[in-house]
Design a protein around this ligand. Structure first.
Ligand code: SF4
Length: 165
């Protein structure tokens, strides 16, 4: 199974959602978050986006600084910071495997905030663990049990997980 930035993003929010996405379980058709990709997109700051495709990675900004490539992800808010951080780290790791050394920048224009993201060996170990666990979760015949988290309110699967609750 190809692990994508979307899997990584959800892994740090809800492992059950990783399973549901990996199994192409259709979310509630009437839900405004029905399109899984759309939610992440809505978390992304659309204005002045200049998406660049590198291999199979789509990044928002690319520039050079002091001879080093800087990959920028522009987000609407820092609410899902850990997920955004690891998604960007995953891009950096994928680029590294292509022989491209880069550093990352998370940009939150509405908060006038910027965060540098560096691919350390500890971050790579965490990512490797996440990728391995995503594959294990996806191979399971049933999804992990739901856990009520604040994200459930925005989740297209909330009827699926909490219809009884
Ligand atoms: S509703 Fe909550 S538990 Fe269910 S998939 Fe979404 S975030 Fe996960």
């Amino acid at each position: 199974m190809d692990v994508t930035g979307t899997h990584i993003w959800y892994y740090f929010i809800c492992k059950r959602e990783v399973w549901l996405i990996a199994h192409n379980i259709a979310a509630d058709q009437d839900d405004e978050n029905m399109d899984i990709g759309r939610f992440i997109n809505e978390q992304t700051y659309q204005r002045n986006k200049q998406e660049v495709l590198i291999g199979n990675i789509k990044v928002d900004r690319v520039r050079r600084e002091d001879g080093q490539l800087v990959i920028g992800e522009v987000k609407k808010s820092s609410r899902y910071l850990e997920s955004s951080r690891y998604q960007l780290l995953y891009y950096l790791q994928t680029l590294k495997k292509m022989g491209i050394v880069a550093r990352g920048e998370l940009l939150f224009p509405e908060e006038k905030r910027r965060e540098t993201v560096e691919l350390t060996s500890e971050a790579e170990r965490q990512l490797d663990r996440a990728v391995e666990e995503i594959r294990i979760i996806a191979r399971h015949p049933v999804p992990p049990l739901p856990e009520k988290i604040s994200f459930c309110r925005n989740c297209a699967y909330r009827e699926y997980c909490w219809a009884e609750g």
